[in-house]
Ligand binder design. Sequence first.
Ligand SMILES: [Zn+2]
Length: 336
Amino acid sequence: MTETFTYDGGAVVPGETANIRYTVSETYLGDPARIPVTIINGERPGPTLFLSAAIHGDELNGIEIVREVAHEWNHDDLAGTLVCLPVLNVPGFIAQERYLPVYDRDLNRSFPGNDSGTSAKRIADRIFSNFIAPCDFGLDFHTSTRGRTNMLHVRADVDDADAARLAYAFGSNVVISSDGPSGTLRREATDAATPTVTVELGEAHRFQRKLIDAALEGVLSVMAELGMRDSAPVKWPGWRTVIDGSDEKTWLRADAGGLVEMYHDRGDIVEAGDRICTITTPFKTESTVVEAPFTGLLVGVLENPLVYPGNPLCHLVALDDPTTRAARASRSETRR
Ligand SMILES: [Zn+2]
């Protein structure tokens, strides 16, 4: 049986697509602060999947992913419902800032929200109760924080069978498993029976076409896994590593302030002892060499070359020998 999607203020019947500007707060002028929402309710029965982006206002890759799924894909044969939320943090997006501009609140620590709480919690509540909790599954798109870049990977609590199903179906080489900090959309939705995973790709403030295309393949693969589209197969990425709390992984941090010359890109494999980067200053000739403490994969690396002591340089995760060999054999995938 097909189902009508209902939210506070409206309903979308099977076979209908609705483009909504949904009020989540008000500006100082008393005008509505609204988020764009596209709901595509298929004519055939199936699960309800949300796709969300820009919960951090300067993370743009996901906006383009959700926009293309909502407005450029043909959904004539859709089974179930897609809830497309391309820009969750509209005030941050307009200001091109990561956080909600007032008091720098992190919308992604404010879920599931509270309708009589702070302004961030009220926004979170409007989003969560209307467009997240009614869904069966969710994908939330992020990029690295400004000044760094991530290879395409999924973050999910693989101890939750449904979250694991989404994470594997997305078809990325790397899955980092944790239940996530409290207040994040991923964790709170998963705890509230809407299993959700985070997809990380690239850097803030730009569109990165190859990463966006790879993520669109992942969305298609998830929809195939959930039976929402007939045409596409579930994607196998060639090799996969699932990194959990017991695995060796580290953010390598600068021990000196200065200018970083980075010798590797996201997705590179480095051997123990390999030179990852050097830190110099404009005033002296000697430099600090940073070496890989173990053999592993660079999931994230610095883009902005300026560091204080303690700033992150790269996110290195250990790989076992068979995975390292498989990864080396398919470098093109990780280099996207
Ligand atoms: Zn983010």
